[in-house]
Design a protein around this ligand. Structure first.
Ligand SMILES: Cc1cc2nc3c(=O)[nH]c(=O)nc-3n(C[C@H](O)[C@H](O)[C@H](O)COP(=O)(O)OP(=O)(O)OC[C@H]3O[C@@H](n4cnc5c(N)ncnc54)[C@H](O)[C@@H]3O)c2cc1C
Length: 261
């Protein structure tokens, strides 16, 4: 067994198709429109919002005589008035690695605006169990020892069963391996380290950060979504400008007056 730390990787994000955008702005009659958005995602959300009222410049829609020029002000107003569907347009693709099945069970409850790909423990052999120790475990030597010993024993069982069931026998049909591996995972611990891919739109990311950095949430998901929030505030500062941080129990709690836009 090995001790691990949950990790957050950003592996993708929405990008603007510059040719397509230029063609649309020309079609609309505002080929020189520019935004001071710090990211493609924030610019795209601004565009999707502005097209609703044709508010790219005053007079484009005769009902509009003045507009917000600034991307930050524009996005924060959308958030304040809870025009949440506009921020669904862009996504970020994450991989969470060395997270437990405790974490993944909680994460997949967030369905709206998300996509999930989870490491299959029906296919992937558990021959090297990783364990992240929550604070209460780390702070108690006896608890820590029991956890580590249990993980070592459960790993030994997995290796032993693989031998008994001849999983490495040359020519063993893949289907049989799958059936046996899936049966073996039933005696694996919920705390084992695994990997999950999570893609979500900005509306879903905001909601999940708000719910899962809250001090009422479980420590591991607070830890992971604290990292997610730190990345989002850095990469999309205008979209998350309304967030403030309070540290509770050693972990950040991301708070806003604009919950669940
Ligand atoms: C501290 C904490 C403790 C929890 N404890 C438990 C527990 O003991 N047992 C348990 O089962 N779960 C528990 N949960 C999970 C919780 O009940 C939610 O399922 C989970 O947080 C997903 O959030 P969400 O419902 O906002 O869904 P999301 O998928 O994140 O959806 C976002 C929002 O979209 C809307 N929406 C989504 N789906 C629908 C729909 N089908 N119909 C209408 N509107 C929809 C809702 O307004 C929803 O809030 C806990 C969560 C937290 C944070």
């Amino acid at each position: 067994m090995r001790l691990v730390e949950p990790k957050v990787f950003v592996v993708g994000e929405t990008k603007i198709n510059e040719d397509g955008l230029a063609a649309y702005l020309t079609h609309l009659g505002v080929p020189d429109w520019v935004s001071n958005a710090p990211s493609d995602s924030e610019k795209l959300i601004e565009i999707m919002g502005r097209l609703c009222y044709r508010s790219f410049q005053p007079g484009l829609n005769k009902n509009v005589t003045k507009i917000r020029e600034d991307n930050k002000g524009y996005l924060q107003n959308i958030i304040k008035v809870k025009h949440g569907s506009v921020i669904e347009h862009t996504i970020v693709n994450f991989v969470f690695a060395d997270v437990s099945r405790v974490f993944t069970h909680e994460l997949v409850r967030h369905k709206a605006g998300t996509a999930v790909s989870q490491e299959s423990l029906r296919f992937v052999r558990l021959d090297d169990l990783g364990f992240w120790a929550p604070t209460v475990v780390r702070e108690n030597e006896e608890f820590m020892e029991i956890c580590c010993n249990t993980f070592k024993e459960l790993e030994k069982l997995q290796l032993g069963l693989a031998k008994i069931m001849e999983l490495d026998k040359p020519g063993k049909p893949f289907h049989e391996k799958k059936v046996i591996t899936s049966a073996m995972r039933r005696i694996a611990p919920d705390g084992l380290a695994t990997t999950i891919g999570w893609s979500a739109n900005m509306r879903a990311i905001r909601h999940t950060i708000e719910m899962r950095t809250d001090p009422g949430a479980e420590e591991e998901i607070r830890l992971v979504f604290g990292k997610v929030a730190e990345i989002m505030v850095k990469n999309y500062p205008n979209l998350f400008a309304d967030y403030t941080i309070e540290v509770v129990g050693g972990l950040p709690w991301y708070k806003t007056d604009n919950r669940k836009v």
